[in-house]
Structure formats: structure tokens, C-alpha cells
Design a protein around this ligand. Structure first.
Ligand SMILES: Cc1cc2nc3c(=O)[nH]c(=O)nc-3n(C[C@H](O)[C@H](O)[C@H](O)COP(=O)(O)O)c2cc1C
Length: 242
């Protein structure tokens, strides 16, 4: 399957796996490999096996090492994300959440996000639906319909994937993702718009501080809430709507 000739998609992959080697990292890499078979991509791969120790002590974004600030800026500028985490205590890891707590809260509006997780048990497969999907729904991201869950049994002792069923699932996830990725918000245009927002965020943003939302993204075209409210309740909009 191949999309029409186009600029490569700007994909940011995040693996929350803390170990090295890491099953989560292998899983995310396998998803990236499958996607690259289907369409041109540029990849920025953020591996918690490399950055986890840099995250813990920071409560403000400008306390993070430059490397992690650059990773956050890459997440905010991505055309699409592929995110994977190991399951810890039936959820994503604390550090995975801590990283996304620093992401500017309007930066992922309408950004497609493919969800993945690796766990020790089949019984925690719904971590994709009950933990990861709500987190990215908070960001108003477009979580992709098919997520990928792997267990320890899907990997060889060297952490390559040996399960055909898991490979089929990855293929299905990418096949279902492609039509959505093709419309990934204003490919190539997000990066410039979001750069300024990331710079602002890097200045002083602690967890939970919001940047003004007015010029969100050309891509996401977030509707004016005032205008919507005015239509619903026949009120005069508070602000001028183009
Ligand atoms: C602290 C801790 C908690 C875990 N909790 C769960 C869990 O609740 N459910 C589960 O299925 N696996 C659990 N696991 C197993 C890991 O999710 C699994 O081995 C995962 O594939 C490890 O990924 P990695 O190789 O990328 O580090 C836990 C592992 C650790 C270290």
C-alpha cells in the first residue's frame, strides 16, 4: 500500500521502556518499520532507556536538560506520534506520564497517535483503551483505531518479535492508520507554527500552565468555542469570528 508522492511524514516515536534492551522499544521499532514500508517518513525516536534518568528531578520544563526539551519540541511538532509504554501496575509508567505532563496541552490537537504497549500478561491488553487512549483524548489528539499490545511471550530472548499474530496486528494497525495519516494535520506546516509555542513553553511552563489558545494550528482548525456557543444558544459571539 502506498500513498501518493508527498513530503515524508514527520513521525515522532516514543518508547517508555526503561530497560535496555527493551521489548517496548522493539515493538515501537517494528511499528515504525511497517509504516516506513508503506509511506515515506522521517523519524525522531525518543527512548526512555536513554532519557528516563534525565526526567525525574524536573517539575518545570526549563529545568529539563536541553536534550529532553528538544524531544518535547519534536513531539509538539510531529505530524503523527507512535507511542509505546511497558505496563507497570496496570498502567503506563510514571515517567511516561511525567514526560507527557510537560507537553503543551494544545499542541497535539488532531494529531494522529498510534498506541502501543508491552506487558507481562495478556490480561492487561486493555491498558491501551483504559489508560493510553484517555490520556491522548485529554490532548484532543486523534488516537488511531487499532492499537498494538504485546506480551513477553511475543519476543525472542533477544527481544525480536517472533509472534506471527503480533506481526499481523502491526500490519493491521498500519493499514488502518494510513488513510488517517494521509490527512495528518497540514503536513509540514505544523512544525513552524508549533515551534514558537514550544519556545514559549520552554520559557517557564510548569506542569499544567496553559498557553493562550487562539492561533492553535492551521492544521487542526479548532473551531471557535465562542462561535459554536453563539450558534447553539443564539448568543452574540464575545469575540469577532472570521
Ligand atoms: C514495576 C513493574 C510493574 C509491572 N506491572 C505489570 C502489570 O501490571 N501488568 C503486566 O502485564 N505487566 C507488568 N509488568 C511487566 C512489564 O510490563 C513487561 O515485562 C514489559 O514488557 C517490559 O517492557 P520493557 O522490556 O520495554 O522494559 C511490570 C513490570 C515492572 C518492572
Amino acid at each position: 500500500m502506498s500513498l501518493s508522492p508527498q513530503k515524508p511524514l514527520n513521525i515522532v516515536a516514543v518508547s517508555g521502556g526503561l530497560n535496555n534492551p527493551s521489548k517496548t522499544e522493539s515493538l515501537v521499532q517494528a511499528i515504525l518499520n511497517e509504516l516506513s514500508e508503506a509511506t515515506p517518513i522521517n523519524v525522531h525516536f525518543i527512548k526512555f532507556s536513554e532519557i528516563a534518568h534525565l526526567l525525574g528531578g524536573a517539575i518545570y520544563r526549563n529545568q529539563l536538560p536541553q536534550r529532553v526539551q528538544d524531544d518535547l519540541a519534536a513531539v509538539e511538532a510531529a505530524d503523527a506520534l507512535i507511542v509505546g509504554t511497558p505496563v507497570y501496575r496496570a498502567s503506563f509508567t510514571g515517567l511516561f506520564k511525567h514526560f507527557f505532563d510537560f507537553v503543551e496541552q494544545t499542541a497535539l490537537v488532531d494529531v494522529p497517535v498510534l498506541l502501543a504497549a508491552s506487558g507481562g500478561s495478556d490480561r492487561h491488553a486493555l491498558v491501551l483503551e483504559h489508560q493510553l487512549r484517555p490520556l491522548f483524548s485529554f490532548f484532543q489528539a486523534q488516537t488511531l483505531p487499532i492499537g498494538v499490545y504485546a506480551t513477553d511471550r511475543d519476543f525472542t530472548p533477544e527481544y525480536t518479535i517472533h509472534s506471527e499474530l503480533l506481526r499481523d496486528r502491526i500490519t493491521l494497525a498500519i493499514a488502518r492508520a494510513l488513510p488517517i495519516l494521509e490527512w495528518a494535520p497540514a503536513k509540514g506546516q505544523r512544525a513552524n507554527v508549533i515551534k514558537e509555542k514550544s519556545q514559549q513553553a520552554a520559557q517557564n511552563l510548569g506542569i499544567n500552565k496553559q498557553i493562550e489558545q487562539e492561533d492553535v494550528l492551521p492544521s487542526a482548525a479548532v473551531p471557535s468555542l465562542d462561535a459554536a456557543e453563539a450558534r447553539l444558544h443564539h448568543k452574540k459571539p464575545k469575540t469577532q469570528v472570521a
